[in-house]
Design a protein around this ligand. Structure first.
Ligand SMILES: [Zn+2]
Length: 380
């Protein structure tokens, strides 16, 4: 039995307040592949809490049977700072109230820090370079600022994830089908995770921008080219993805169990757990993130959706009507919001009173869109 539960103390933000991370560890430290999973980095997104609640006992059982091959690290809740941001009955879990912004943006670029520890060169032999890079990354994480409770917390998560082979960061959308974001060079693994989990949509990014947690972990491997000799030949040795487990209210034991089972089978397929995963059905081709239409409001107002989550829609089809509740004549107060592509309408917002500039829907299509730009493909 290797299962161990650690408690990592976090920096106290104020006198009399204590926070900690709970970390479940399976397998031998240093064994490969290493998998890191966390839920609710955006602290108001809870389906992943349920999925990991179901996954941990499955891993414990595999451990009791001696079937954990690699090292598996599970954070059943990633963000106790955000979880505590309960205001008037609602959890404001997306942005840090102390002012540092979106919890899943502006994770550090560790490339320069790692390059310094590599003394400017790799060997060009991946067998040697991948472990050297991981060691350098861990040192670079050790150099991160831990000045505030938030920066200290961020450094603790990265110290657990940055040397992993697989990083699965579990989020959710507002009202949505399940979907996965990952880098296009990791399409095969993204597709495998989707197939085992019955997830219909994989969104591939080249340069999404925003420095999300998955990009921090995976992207650093492709940012070494200009910094160290042979950096160009370094494989992207960390598959990191953002797994969006449907909408905020899609939380049940049934979904948690099936999501955990999907992840478990993916881990078997990746060699992290011994055994043969079941056969999976063919998946639709992944979508490119720049081909996802994000339908945006020009004004604030009341929203009346005209298409449902999961509906196949056509270019020009009305997805919603925006009602100007300040209009003198309510019969002339409606603006139609249309899809700019043929595709699957896979995500909507949950609040029906929206602000100007809000992205109220996502349609995954197959054509490049003029309103989508590399480097600015994620919401704030
Ligand atoms: Zn999120």
């Amino acid at each position: 039995m290797t299962h161990r539960v650690d408690r990592i103390p976090l920096k106290s933000p104020s006198p009399g307040t204590e926070r900690f991370l709970t970390v479940h560890r399976f397998g031998q430290e240093g064994a490969r592949p290493k998998t890191y999973l966390q839920a609710a980095l955006h602290a108001d997104e809870w389906p992943g809490l349920m999925a990991l609640n179901h996954l941990i006992p499955m891993l414990a059982e595999a451990d009791a049977e001696g079937r954990i091959v690699g090292e598996i690290v599970v954070l059943p809740y990633a963000n106790p700072i955000g979880l505590a941001q309960r205001i008037g009955g609602a959890v404001a879990g997306r942005y840090a109230l102390e002012g540092s912004g979106n919890f899943n943006r502006n994770w550090p670029d560790l490339a320069a820090g790692a390059a310094a520890y590599l003394n400017g060169t790799l060997s060009g032999d991946a067998e040697r370079d991948v472990p050297a890079m991981r060691a350098a990354l861990l040192k670079a994480v050790g150099d991160l600022s831990t000045r505030t409770d938030t920066t200290h917390w961020r450094a603790q998560l990265l110290a657990l994830s940055i040397d992993a082979d697989h990083v699965i960061d579990i989020h959710c959308d507002n009202e949505s089908l399940a979907h996965i974001y990952c880098h296009r060079r990791h399409a095969e693994q993204g597709q495998a995770l989707a197939a085992y989990s019955g997830i219909p949509i994989v969104l591939l990014e080249e340069e999404a921008g925003g420095f999300s947690f998955d990009d921090c972990n995976a992207g650093v491997w492709r940012r070494m080219g200009d910094l160290v000799t042979h950096g160009d030949s370094l494989p992207m040795a960390c598959f990191a993805c953002t797994l969006e487990l449907r909408g905020k209210d899609d939380i049940s034991d049934e979904l948690g169990h099936s999501d955990a089972t999907g992840i478990y089978h993916f881990l078997m397929a990746q060699g992290a757990i011994s055994g043969d995963p079941p056969a999976v059905p063919d998946m639709p081709e992944p979508y490119r993130l720049e081909e996802v239409d994000t339908v945006t409001t020009q004004e604030g107002g009341l929203l009346a959706y005209k298409a449902g989550v999961g509906e196949m829609v056509r270019e020009g089809q009305v997805l919603a009507e925006l009602i100007d509740i300040a209009a003198a004549d309510p019969t002339k107060a409606r603006t139609q919001l249309r899809s700019q592509t043929d595709g699957i309408f896979f995500a909507r917002v949950d609040l029906r009173l929206v602000e100007a500039g809000e992205r109220i829907g996502k349609v995954a299509g197959r054509k490049p869109l003029a309103n989508r730009q590399q480097g600015a493909l994620l919401e704030d």
